[in-house]
Ligand binder design. Sequence first.
Ligand code: PAF
Length: 283
Amino acid sequence: MRIVQSVSDARDVVRELRAQGKTIGLVPTMGALHEGHLSLVRAAKASCDAVVVSIFVNPTQFGPNEDFAKYPRTFEADCAALEREGVDVVFAPSTEEMYTAGASTFVDVEGVSGRLDGASRPGHFRGVATVVAKLFNIVGPDRAFFGQKDAAQVAVLKKMVRDLNFPVEIVVCPIVREPDGLAMSSRNRYLSPEERQQARALHHALEEMERLARSGVTAARELIAAGEAVLAREPLVRVDYCRVVDPDTLEDLADVRGGALAAVAAFVGATRLIDNTILGRRD
Ligand code: PAF
């Protein structure tokens, strides 16, 4: 496994792989890897000849009062896990390498970037879209792999790829959960044992919304009220949003009959967690 830190070295190794006729899969990450990330790596390995994983805690997607400084950084363990998965290249640039002094160009996916997490975290998706656009330009992957857990991020990035004609296919992989249902997240490690117990409420709220939708409830208002009631049972959980939206535009839906994304975000203690599920799809 090659570990490269500069943009030019990343371009060189990808050029070598391309010269061997290989297709390239990119898994963008901020490190602190867990099974969710490794499921993306495995999906990339299964459909691409060579896999590049980027590890970069991207400052532009964190708000001034968010957890950039304390975001977990576990580079050695991450590289060991990626080596075991048979990853070809790790691209781990410094902040200065990614954002050269005076950089002032950003990618703003208007509309969708202001919804769900974008409404709670102003500027977040501008930072995500900008860094992912840069990674696409540096690595030039055939496919890029993202987790469904970040459903709003997926909507933003799919639209960016469409709007800006990036020649890359976005592959979305299912949410990976702990045995008790909590969606895997690098931020779960911030939780105290008591918070960790109560964090299951996000999943339970979505399960309740799913159960009601399956039983024939189609009104978003009713489903949301049921989800919020589950979240309200836990004293350490403070709801940020509990919404039923169109999975592509992230606009609120009144009814789930045509298929809908049920998405929740909540602070558990000081830690903000997200989770989601698809409702009302009658396959
Ligand atoms: O999902 C993440 O970890 C990040 O938002 C991403 C896509 C790596 C961009 O920094």
